[in-house]
Design a protein around this ligand. Structure first.
Ligand code: AMP
Ligand code: MN
Length: 267
């Protein structure tokens, strides 16, 4: 729906085939895929959790926050997400212009747009796929290191929502807020502490410990963070496409046994 390649039904079937018994769909900035995902999960006999992922600007960098077990029809949440989606189109045009200059070509914007099933949700992932398929980069990682990552020549800084707003929407909609893939952020240790403290004060409860975006060393590092801050632990595949996934759905290692999973009290 957002920047994944498979339709929600196909993701559900893949998860189930890989042995998943409790599954959350977490598109970026949108809840439209939830009803279909829920229906398919139920038909397969998998427990389903309605979720999404939202970008937050904190101390000048982007942090992703996952909302889990939300009421996907909650008006405040639906409207909030719709408002933050609105900046993506303009940013993508600007990103396309910069990329054209950097790679000495034309048509980056249109190229990326062709990969976005919902044009309102055009993201760096769509640009990255286009660049790889056109032969401008060997893989997605190279795209982010060379062109689209923070501070790279075609990176367009974006003012996303505030941490307060994002956690607020999640709580209002009855959900649980989780810091996504903390190992991807480039904060100093002091900034990380401030982020975790502030997140907890706002009512944030969880942190991703095991995710397709972490190395095994990072599983251990963020398990320690969960212990220190009393966070619930989450496990997210960060699965976008069979070709791009480091770890497939259902193939992640278990959470350390002493941590409390974010889903521990969900029926
Ligand atoms: P955007 O919301 O447009 O800023 O794009 C963010 C998306 O880009 C993330 O959800 C990831 O899927 C992808 N992304 C960001 N950084 C990386 C990276 N270093 N390697 C691969 N994908 C990345
Ligand atoms: Mn993310």
């Amino acid at each position: 729906m957002s920047d994944g390649v498979l339709a929600p039904e196909a993701v559900a079937r893949r998860a189930h085939a890989n042995g998943v018994t409790l599954w959350a769909l977490t598109d970026h900035d949108i809840l439209d895929g939830i009803p279909v995902a829920r229906a398919e999960a139920r038909a397969l006999g998998m427990r389903f959790v309605a979720g999404f992922e939202i970008s937050v600007t904190w101390a000048g960098h982007t942090v992703h926050i996952v909302g889990l077990n939300v009421d996907d029809t909650h008006a405040g949440l639906v409207d909030g997400l719709s408002a933050i989606r609105s900046g993506r189109s303009e940013r993508a045009r600007e990103m396309g212009g910069r990329l054209d200059r950097v790679i000495g070509a034309a048509g980056s914007y249109q190229g990326a747009l062709d990969y976005a099933s919902n044009p309102a949700l055009i993201s760096r992932t769509h640009f990255a796929r286009w660049l790889v398929d056109q032969g401008y980069a060997r893989n997605m990682q190279v795209v982010f290191t060379r062109y689209l990552g923070d501070g790279c020549p075609a990176h367009v800084p974006m003012q996303w929502s505030s941490l307060e707003q994002a956690v607020g929407w999640i709580l209002q909609a009855g959900g649980r807020a989780v810091i996504a893939h903390p190992g991807r952020y480039t904060y100093t240790p002091m900034q990380f502490d401030a982020l975790f403290e502030q997140f907890r004060e706002l009512g944030g409860e969880g942190i991703e410990v095991v995710t397709g975006s972490h190395t095994p060393d990072q599983y251990r590092e963020y398990a320690d963070v969960a212990r220190r801050y009393g966070f619930l632990a989450s496990c997210g595949s960060d699965f976008h496409s069979p070709r791009e996934a480091r770890l497939d759905l259902g193939k992640l290692p278990p959470l350390p046994a002493d941590l409390t999973p974010v889903w521990h009290d969900w029926q």
